[in-house]
Design a protein around this ligand. Structure first.
Ligand code: CA
Length: 228
């Protein structure tokens, strides 16, 4: 799994340690020394996850987390709090602001990577390498292969991402705008009808095994991946 992870930490040595470990685990990192800098970076690019130090100069970690959670665009970004505080009270305060997990310093690189992986899996399953299988349709993110009842189904990169998103978010209707946000990425200016073009290509690619029927059009709402 390769995710883009923003590391917000004012102590250079710890920032370096955290970022290097995440990069060794295959992730791309963005680094900020303060919450103010992180807020600017998040405006430019929405990361897949944020590792956030609690004690920061200026806006502290808790306040930064609150701001992320109160903004519609950033409220669902997974957040791991990094702190020297181990008291139960602080832990609760951190989780109440919407942190997904909590790591107490000092921590081992292995623990950090395991928690990052667990949070990514829980919050954005499309960012992990887990093989997904739905009624004979099999998608392997690591090898970028899709098979339908054992037959290879070649997909373009956008169709692959679209199918990966659908398979990890089944039985829910997504509007074209939501799909653009989730699959094409944040801050990408693409026309809504582009979604329809790629849906059409995706269905055509899934036709040989009959799995095109899983991609349903929901009139005036958008699209849904459903086995029903
Ligand atoms: Ca700090």
């Amino acid at each position: 799994m390769a995710a883009t992870i923003l590391v917000v930490e004012d102590e250079p040595a710890i920032q370096e340690l955290v970022a290097c470990n995440l990069e060794l685990a295959g992730h791309r990192t963005l680094r900020a020394d303060s919450a103010e800098q992180a807020l600017r970076m998040v405006r430019d690019e929405l990361p897949d996850l944020i590792v956030l130090d609690w004690m920061l100069p200026g806006i502290n970690g808790i306040e930064f987390a609150r701001r992320l959670r109160s903004d519609k665009r950033t409220q669902t970004v997974p957040l791991i709090m990094l702190t020297a505080r181990a008291e139960e009270q602080d832990k609760l305060a951190g989780l109440e602001t919407g942190a997904d997990d909590y790591i107490t310093k000092p921590f081992s690189p292995r623990e950090l990577n395991a928690r990052v992986k667990a949070v990514l899996r829980r919050r954005s399953p499309e960012a992990t390498d887990d093989v997904i299988e739905v009624t004979g349709l099999n998608l392997d993110p690591a090898s970028h292969r899709v098979t339908g009842n054992g037959t290879s189904l070649p997909l373009g990169p956008t169709e692959f991402r679209l199918l990966h998103f659908f398979m990890t978010h089944a039985e829910r209707v997504y509007s074209r705008v939501q799909l653009l946000d989730q699959v094409w990425g944040d801050h990408v200016f693409v026309e809504e009808r582009t979604v329809d073009v790629h849906i059409r290509r995706l269905r055509k690619a899934l036709e040989p095994s009959g799995h095109d029927a899983l991609i349903q059009t929901v009139r005036s709402s958008g699209y849904r991946f459903s086995v029903n």
